[in-house]
Design a protein around this ligand. Structure first.
Ligand code: NAD
Ligand code: MLT
Length: 549
């Protein structure tokens, strides 16, 4: 039997159902590691599956030549440095739906626990008590529940609230009023507008700059007295000091937290031991069903990526299926080669001029392909020189952004001179120039426009490009020069508008032209500029899709 091609590292506990899927692939070897040695263990891994116990920091992710993909079995990717992963060209994926129901049920259980003082009553009973009066609660039916963050989990909680005959209101800046209305939820456009209108609040947003400290003393001040708050989303969204104060003062009737700004929660946290604060140790997704679902999904998406080049649930890359990838492969290759061509022309023509902007336009049938990915392939080619880290379809746009290069894309289904054409224009401080390419048949990549002239050149191997005056004798001179240097011309394409006017020629050569040949061509009286360009050989695999990075 052949050796497995890919190693997948597991550093947190993963349900057997997921491990069984991984082990069923002969191409995959499963390696068990630990969060403490993850940096070292990753040196020999192509992929990693983690839960919340492993932190993939910039320090861990940098300088991992083999690592291509990191999968979070779960939703939150706040234990992964996404910028660092993107910079390093590592695809990050998560399993967004597997634990939605379990987490929503936990949030709802927290809410009913708060409403009926169940944890406190249970503790009192365990202690031999019978405190019926002390634990009088509040009915859910008829109360107003505010759900902040109406995504997968928030919406699932909202539906349960409606089933319990609650009046459900919500806030989510990315949800339309129509969609909220379809579910019977009244949507507010500002969290401050709903904060004084509810008896229960359940939070289901990610932790972001906007949501950090979203529930704080200023907002608690404006809430109805006796409000109950649940956070099963992320620690830090509820300000922990402010909530302890509000719980102790009785301003809020209760708070239930499953997530904390520091996990595990320190033993001396002020949150502990307050009678109306209910705490669970990040249990939202801790059910057999959710753990199995996320493990299965994590195993499926990592094997699909490594074995079949399929991208699903990527956080830092456009999703693409194996079929779409196969269909777009020739265009990814075209985009990449146009980027490589532009990058080398830029260096030779504009030397130190700063690249400010690159725009890529799709016309005709190509507009229906995964153009976002083709643009990334173009940018990967464009950023291939002058950067220390290898550019690829995942990190290229981030590298360009870091350098202040603005990338734009436009598409039109109207065909021009060709069934499909991809045009790329780069703008620098000293000027701009464009190239266009197309595909003949389904695999012959062609350069069809250069310096404003239509032509038909091959986009592979060694190219000698010369701008010139269209005068008799020049082509013969170049042919003789190439012969003298023992360089065979395999193809020649000429672009010009008027006889005797400005023109450009692209020679495809069988071997690399020397600087001496360049100088001799450049020295001809009718030649105004020479560029030497080196592209991958015809049919060469895209560097990041053949198992390497
Ligand atoms: P989701 O992406 O489906 O939903 C998040 C919603 O929050 C989106 O609709 C988004 O538009 C909204 N949002 C973003 N910024 C907002 C803001 N400033 N104000 C209001 N809404 C905002 O995610 P999900 O799967 O529903 O997960 C929700 C949260 O639950 C995440 O933080 C996730 O990490 C956490 N989670 C916790 C557990 C657990 O074990 N406790 C389990 C799973 C998920
Ligand atoms: C998640 O983000 O999926 C949850 O926090 C559950 C977890 O993996 O611990």
């Amino acid at each position: 039997m052949s050796e497995p091609k890919f190693r997948v590292l597991i550093t947190d506990s993963l349900s057997d159902a997921g491990l069984d899927i991984l082990r069923s692939f002969p191409e995959i070897e499963v390696v068990e590691g630990s969060p403490n040695t993850v940096r070292e263990d990753l040196k020999n891994a192509d992929g990693i599956i983690i839960r919340s116990g492993t932190r993939l920091t910039a320090e861990v992710l940098e300088g991992q030549p083999r690592l291509k993909v990191a999968v979070r079995a779960g939703v939150g990717v706040d234990n992964i440095d996404l910028d660092a992963a993107t910079r390093e060209g590592i695809v990050v994926m998560n399993t967004p739906a597997g634990n939605t129901t379990s987490t929503a049920e936990h949030a709802f259980a927290m809410m009913t626990s708060l409403a009926r003082n169940i944890p406190q009553a249970a503790a009192s009973m365990a202690d031999g008590g019978w405190e019926k009066k002390k634990f009088k609660g509040s009915q859910l039916a008829g109360k107003t529940l505010a759900v902040i963050g109406l995504g997968r989990i928030g919406m699932t909680v909202a539906k349960r609230g409606l089933a319990f005959e609650m009046n459900v209101i919500g806030y989510d800046p990315f949800l339309s009023e129509e969609r909220a209305a379809e579910y019977g939820i009244t949507l507010y456009r500002d969290v401050d507008e709903l904060i004084d209108k509810c008896d229960f609040i359940s939070i289901h947003t990610p932790l972001t700059e906007e949501t950090r400290g979203l529930i704080n003393s200023a907002r608690i001040e404006r809430m109805r007295p006796g409000v109950r708050i649940v956070n099963c989303a992320r620690g830090g969204i509820v300000d922990e000091n402010d909530i302890v104060e509000a719980a102790k003062s009785g301003k809020i009737a209760g708070v239930a937290l499953d997530v904390f700004s520091q996990e595990p929660l320190p033993a001396d946290s002020p949150l502990r031991g307050v009678p109306n604060i209910v705490l669970t140790p990040h249990l939202g997704a801790s059910t057999d069903e959710a753990q199995e679902a996320v493990a299965i999904e994590a195993a499926e998406i990592i094997t699909a990526f490594l074995v079949n080049n399929e991208v699903r649930h990527a956080i830092n890359m456009a999703p693409i299926s194996g079929r779409e990838l196969e269909e777009s492969k020739a265009y990814l290759d075209l985009g990449y080669r146009l980027g490589l061509l532009q990058s080398q022309l830029l260096q030779q023509r504009f030397k130190s001029a700063g690249l400010k902007e690159a725009s890529i336009a799709y016309r005709g049938d190509v507009a229906d392909k995964k153009t976002k990915l083709i643009t990334s392939a173009f940018v990967a080619g464009l950023m291939s020189s002058g950067v220390s880290e290898p550019a690829n379809i995942i990190n290229a746009e981030a590298i360009a952004r870091e350098r202040g290069i603005h990338i734009t894309e436009s598409s039109s289904r109207d065909a021009g001179d060709f069934a499909s054409v991809v045009s790329a224009t780069v703008r620098t401080d000293n000027g701009e120039f464009s190239v266009s390419g197309t595909i003949f048949g389904d695999k012959f990549l062609r350069l069809v426009k250069l310096d404003g002239f239509l032509l038909d050149a091959w986009l592979d191997g060694q190219l000698l490009i010369f701008r010139h005056q269209d005068k008799p004798g020049l082509i013969g001179f170049i042919g003789t020069e190439c012969g003298t240097h023992e360089i065979n011309i395999s193809h020649m394409a000429l672009g010009r508008d008027d006889v005797g006017g400005e023109a450009v020629a692209v020679l495809n050569l069988d071997s690399k032209p020397t600087e001496e040949l360049r100088a001799e061509v450049a020295g001809h009286e009718y030649v105004t500029g020479v560029d030497l360009v080196e592209l991958p050989a015809r049919g060469a695999a895209l560097p990041w899709l053949d198992g390497s990075r």
